[in-house]
Design a protein around this ligand. Structure first.
Ligand code: SF4
Ligand code: SF4
Length: 379
């Protein structure tokens, strides 16, 4: 049986096996793709925290792949896009079919089960650019070839395909929006692995059960951001709680970036799961590619990012990324771009972080008088 549910990312109702039920708050992340350096610190931080056991060797709940050629598991997105076939957006409304609507007779979801070896090459395509540079060509600006780093975790979707697919009802969504697999109920049928369009539910052969990102819920319950956020070297990530799409709160950082400014966009919204990891799209990538990955709002988001320096609230929030391990529930910008600050507050309204809107530039003297040494630049 199928129900009509509203998906704000598609701007229409869609078919889903369960009735619409939104959690009180939704765990959500914003990733700024423009700042990621693919150092994989997030990947290792997550692995050390959650997947260092037997049977978890190829289980990377967090991975960072180089687009367009990186995939973990192999071809996860292009294989599904091929199955869905060409689909259309009209303005900001998705007219095509989601993975739930495209499912064949007797199926709930259009998906596929990757082979075990598809998970064995998490670094495939790393640092490869979109095409070849012809011999004799020199670098021109803008670059003819491009690539960017796409950091990925489970999206803790509003309409989780893993949950919809599970015949044992082992997958559930908590009231903070986190999607979890009940390890006692799971029998390892791998329907969640087949159904998840992002391939973020993974099978653990050692226990014969499926596992996935748990949004570091023990930390989040104590007001801490997730491991991948706390450890991010590039300060590209922010974790928090999102309100409903039709009731955004302007002082909530995630609401502001996703619903008010619309600079942070879901990954492959056309799949239909309403994912809750939101990306600021890369500014160096062709518009059509960004549009396929992040939907019709990608062009506007790139323009906003390019002009962020003139926007106090936006630049203030971007400066807050990676500056505290605590979850920022509200923010406030004080003063002007030149000398102002952005303040982040916890759930009780207490100030937990304060950053300048503009970082001061310090030019060091060639001769350090205190230590009596000369600083030599070798660049
Ligand atoms: S990303 Fe996949 S595993 Fe995570 S909630 Fe969505 S469908 Fe489930
Ligand atoms: S730690 Fe941050 S900068 Fe490094 S790969 Fe992960 S997301 Fe990118």
């Amino acid at each position: 049986m199928s129900h009509d549910v509203y998906n704000w990312q598609l701007n229409r109702k869609m078919a889903f096996p369960y009735p619409e039920k939104r959690p009180g708050k939704q765990a959500a992340w914003v990733f700024d793709t423009n700042k990621c350096i693919a150092c994989q610190t997030c990947t290792i931080a997550c692995k050390n925290a959650w997947t260092s056991g037997k049977g978890q060797e190829y289980m990377w709940w967090n991975n960072v792949e180089t687009k367009p050629w990186g995939f973990y598991p192999l071809g996860w997105d292009v294989r599904l896009l091929e199955k869905l076939g060409p689909q259309e957006w009209t303005g900001d409304k998705y007219e095509g079919k989601t993975i739930f609507e495209k499912a064949g007779h007797g199926e709930k979801i259009e998906g596929f089960l990757p082979a075990e070896e598809d998970f064995q090459h998490p670094n495939i395509g790393e640092d490869e650019i979109s095409g070849q540079i012809e011999k004799g060509h020199y670098i021109k600006i803008p670059h003819q070839q491009w690539m960017f780093y796409l950091a990925r975790i489970c999206n803790h979707c509003t309409y989780p395909a893993c949950l919809a697919a599970c015949p044992r009802k082992s997958v559930y969504k908590r009231d903070d929006g986190t999607v979890l697999i009940d390890q006692k109920r799971c029998k390892g049928y791998r329907e969640c692995v087949r159904g998840c369009p992002y391939k973020k539910s993974m099978f653990r052969i050692h226990t014969d059960k499926s596992e996935k990102c748990i949004a570091c819920y023990p930390a989040a319950e104590e007001g801490e951001q997730t491991q991948c956020v706390q450890n991010c070297i590039g300060k590209i990530r922010m974790f928090g709680y999102k309100s409903r799409w039709d009731r955004p709160i302007a002082t909530n950082p995630i609401d502001y970036l996703v619903h008010i400014k619309k600079i942070a966009l879901p990954l492959y919204p056309q799949f239909g799961t309403e994912p809750n990891v939101y990306y600021i799209p890369p500014i160096n990538v062709p518009e059509v590619f960004n549009r396929q990955l992040f939907g019709p709002g990608a062009k506007k988001a790139v323009e906003l990012y390019r002009n962020a320096v003139q926007d106090k609230s936006l630049i203030g929030l971007l400066m807050l990324f990676g500056c505290t391990n605590r979850i920022v529930h509200s923010f406030e910008v004080q003063g002007d771009i030149e000398d102002g600050h952005c303040v982040g507050r916890d759930e009780s309204g207490k100030e937990i972080v304060k950053v300048p809107l503009k970082e001061p530039i310090v030019i060091r003297e060639k001769h350090d008088q205190e230590r009596d040494v000369h600083r030599i630049s070798v660049s």
